[in-house]
Design a protein around this ligand. Structure first.
Ligand code: B3K
Ligand code: ZN
Length: 878
């Protein structure tokens, strides 16, 4: 930096701003110049240094004179052979190896050497707990060897692994084991062959000292599949794999029954690893999982953890067809496999448990993660038009909104039509790298739909805003529904076209609570009217039932109508929605000081009391209905988010409901006390509802709240109860708080996944000193930036606790930015995931917005900032 006092500040600032990485555009897609039908890989595996020999058969794709381009990231070739002869006719360009080739088919052999134990990015081949494993999606394979590392190059892989037998007794890769041999010097060899051509992102290997839970599955055509879930020995982990195994077998059966899809190899291996950037990875025949989505027993995992495991195991398994057999042409098509597979895992979980509760949870996730993304600086269509770093596009938009788009097509097609269309899609594109357009065409051809206008869901970002207004004509006895929509501007997109919105609707008679049947209204224009006959009196409008379209909807219905729907709507989602709306409108009005007509304490308590007394409800659904919307969700509904006021209003409401209904909560608390531990749906629902009753009793300061929570904690014979009670205690200024936290720590300090909960629940607490607690936890000897789960357990919770993160001092923002700056050089992918919370700065009051921006700028100016974090920061600053 110049120390000339006359240098203009602007130039100085410009000179200091690090460069922005190049942008890659969807419109620039070109088919690969060279194909690779066959690959043979040889690995001499070790933690410190692994030798990789890649033998690839390349064939010219079309009539062109382009050289062969093999992507590489941080690699130096030790030797390059072309058709068996050493070659010097190559160059390195931006990390890639460029080889001019004269013929149409050649054999290229390349030797590289990599250092797995120095790989802190956890992409490519890396070490975790003395085991070696890989993560290649999206562009990790190029960190192992030089290769056309793009999803439209499909190859058959043979993999020979050699390693010390004592330290790496288990050697796994994709496909089937074809050979095992002892070698000299205590080494051994395993050869794997995967008969299914696949892109490099689905390559995987694992080497280590592992033990397996083994089982088997007979497919619908009678083929035996050996199943194994591999974990570390001597940790107690093996005993925690039963639930994942059941989930796997259930997924295999479900995909046969619901989609006619059968598994296609003789083995299916899953390996659990502790250090993993994401949830799991669907590598062909060798899924690699973050251990948190495999390991569970009632003592260490909550009911919600059990559900998450079931969902993720299913998700990765379902990718075998939606992702592996039919893969993506390019990374802009990511939602082709991810949106569809999320939809598939959501349907599976709905079938395994309570469908209405599952739907509400999926919508909660969509609203918490995707709606803010769609309304912010990082908004993008489910099929993005451009990116700088593809790892930043594994988003709630691509995944969860992508799943909603598939769901809408399924709704429009009907069950039979949808099945015909998915059969056609799989048959037509088996073995291919396909596009989102291919999927939509299969939907049109298979289900007989015209999706011309519907395609806008792939093009336009932003959450459609829908207004519905119901008018009643007493003379004509008609009800007329006027629905209008608009799609907000998003970065790079304005003046949007109307979307196709399938809205499941019913008009409910207020006297009887009945309706004449649900109708599917399909809105295609900016405004449409629908008239219904036979209404003597104005009905109540139940619209977007089951959340059939992913929109925000305001129906302008008054408090009485919403309260009526909250008590009587026969669609569980719509019933939930009515109560959420009542509560949200009240909280928004209080936090923003508006004069709008909102529900008062007495009426709200009465609606709650009626739901508490409704004996037709299953307990899990009751708990869902009575759970208040999150502070973040309420804040999002405000013109300018005021986190402190939202917190105050919401806490006051919890206190009011806790105190006013003390007797009812108490009754439920006692009535739902278990006689013993069980995992069935009823027992889990009871635990959930009893936990909610406890939370309200604590919020209402009913009796000796700390004593009740502590007794709950002490009596717990499972993690769900223990965590619920500890979360309540963590928010209290009471000596029992420390006592319980210490007891929990002592009991579980050797179990990393449970220790993550200990970090998380303290950082998520309502305690007035939560920021100091978080700062202290960041210095705790068990805290480390090296493990993504641990980082998320503390800093994900910080970002998810508005009272901490949005503390007016800006300390929350600072702590997050400090962590990002420290983590970015080690693990860019995980670091970049913490930028979006700061990127929301435009939605907050001036003071907070300025503080958030300042932290983004501080990160932006770090020398050598990764492409991942740079993209998120540059876009967030706008
Ligand atoms: N397909 C993987 C995602 C891997 C992303 C790495 N940046 C997990 C999944 O969606 O199943
Ligand atoms: Zn996926």
């Amino acid at each position: 930096m110049s120390d000339n006092p006359h240098a203009p500040n602007k130039e100085l600032a410009e000179a200091a701003t690090p460069p922005t990485p190049p942008t890659i555009y969807r419109k620039d897609y070109r088919p690969p110049d060279w194909l690779v039908p066959d690959v043979a890989l040889g690995f001499d595996l070790d933690l410190a240094e692994t030798l990789v020999q890649a033998d690839i058969q390349v064939t010219r794709n079309g009539d062109h004179g382009e050289p062969l381009r093999l992507e590489g990231d941080g690699l130096e070739p030790e030797e390059v052979l072309v058709d068996g002869a050493a070659s010097n006719d190559w160059r390195l360009e931006e990390g890639a190896l460029i080889l001019p080739l004269s013929g149409d088919a050649h054999r290229i052999s390349i030797t590289t050497r990599i250092q797995p134990d120095k790989n802190t990015q956890l992409m490519g081949l890396y070490a975790s707990n003395d085991m070696l494993c890989t993560q290649c999606e999206a562009e990790g394979f190029r960190r192992i060897t030089f290769f056309p590392d793009r999803p439209d190059v499909l190859s058959r892989y043979t993999v020979e692994m050699r390693a010390d037998k004592e330290r790496f007794p288990v050697l796994l890769s994709n496909g089937n084991l074809v050979r095992e041999e002892a070698l000299e010097d205590g080494r051994h060899l395993a050869e794997w062959h995967d008969p299914w051509p696949k892109p490099s992102y689905l390559f995987a290997l694992v080497a280590g000292d592992l033990v397996a839970n083994r089982d088997s599955f007979t497919t619908m055509s009678g083929k035996e599949v050996d199943l194994a879930i591999w974990v570390r020995p001597g940790t107690g982990d093996l005993e925690r794999t039963g639930h994942a195994m059941t989930a796997l077998k259930n997924s295999m059966r479900w995909d046969e029954e619901r989609y006619g899809r059968e598994y296609d190899l003789a083995v299916f291996n899953i390996v659990a690893v502790s250090d993993f950037n994401m949830g799991a990875m669907e590598n062909k025949g060798l899924n690699i999982f973050n251990s948190r989505y495999i390991l569970a027993d009632p003592d260490t995992a909550t009911d919600a953890d059990f559900d998450a495991i079931e969902g993720v195991v299913a998700h990765e398994y379902f990718h075998n067809w939606s992702g592996n057999r039919v893969t993506c042409r390019d990374w802009f098509q990511l939602s082709l496999k991810e949106g569809f597979t999320v939809f598939r895992d959501q349907s599976f979980s709905a079938d395994m448990g309570s469908a209405p509760v599952k739907r509400i949870e999926d919508v909660r996730v969509l609203r918490a993660a995707q709606f803010p993304e769609d309304g912010g600086p990082l908004a993008h269509p489910i099929r993005p038009d451009s990116y700088m770093e593809i790892s930043n596009f594994y988003t709630a938009t691509v995944y969860n909104k992508g799943a909603e788009v598939i769901r809408m097509m399924a709704t429009l097609a009907g069950d039979d039509g949808f099945r015909k269309a998915t059969d056609l899609y799989f048959d037509r594109h088996d073995g291919e790298a396909a596009t989102c357009e291919d999927f939509v065409l299969a939907m049109e051809d298979g289900a007989g739909l015209d999706l011309t206008v519907f395609r806008r869901w792939y093009e336009q970002a932003g959450t459609p805003q829908v207004t519905a207004k119901l008018d009643h004509d007493p003379q004509a006895k008609t009800a007329t529904l006027t629905i209008s929509q608009s799609v907000p501007d998003t970065p790079g997109q304005s003046d949007k076209q109307p979307m196709v919105l399938p809205l499941k609707t019913a008009l409910i008679d207020r006297a009887t609570g009945q309706h004449k049947g649900e109708q599917l209204l399909v809105l295609e224009e900016a405004e449409q009217r629908f008239t219904f006959d036979g209404f003597d009196a104005p009905p109540a409008l139940s619209i977007n039932r089951g959340f059939s379209a992913p929109v925000t909807l305001s129906s302008g219905q008054d408090v009485e109508t919403l309260a009526f729907l909250a008590r009587h709507d026969d669609d569980s989602f719509a019933r939930y929605e009515a109560l959420q709306q009542l509560v949200t409108e009240r909280l928004v009005s209080e936090a923003s000081g508006s004069e709008a007509e909102v529900i008062d304490d007495a009426m709200l308590a009465q609606v709650f009391a009626d739901i508490l007394a409704d004996d037709r409800l299953e307990e899990a659904m009751r708990a869902e209905l009575l759970t208040l919307p999150s502070e973040s969700f309420v804040g999002e509904q405000m013109a300018v988010i005021r986190p402190d006021r939202v917190n105050q209003a919401r806490q006051a409401m919890r206190k009011m409901l806790g105190a006013n209904l003390a007797e009812q909560w108490q009754q439920h608390y006692v009535k739902l006390a278990p006689s013993g531990f069980a995992m069935d749906g009823a027992a889990r629902g009871a635990r959930r509802m009893r936990g909610l009753a406890l939370a309200y009793l604590v919020a209402g300061e009913v009796g000796d709240a700390a004593g009740t929570a502590h007794a709950h904690f002490e009596a717990a014979d499972n993690m769900t109860d223990r965590q619920t009670a500890l979360a309540s205690l963590a928010g209290m200024e009471h000596p029992l708080r420390e006592q319980a936290l210490d007891a929990f720590y002592t009991r579980y300090k050797d179990n990393a996944l449970v220790l993550d909960k200990w970090f998380s629940l303290q950082a998520l607490s309502f305690h007035p000193d939560v920021l100091e607690h978080i700062a202290a936890l960041a210095k705790h000897p068990d805290f480390t930036l090296a493990n993504p789960n641990r980082v998320r357990s503390l800093y994900g919770a910080l970002a998810g606790n508005p009272s901490a993160f949005h503390h007016a001092s800006g300390q929350g923002y600072r702590m997050l930015a400090d962590m990002v700056i420290a983590l970015d050089p080690k693990n860019a992918q995980t670091a970049a995931r913490f930028i979006p919370p700061l990127g929301r700065w435009r939605r907050f009051d001036e003071g907070r917005a300025g503080l958030m921006r300042a932290e983004l700028e501080r990160i932006r100016n770090v020398d050598g900032l990764s492409r991942d974090t740079t993209e998120q920061v540059v876009k967030s600053l706008g």
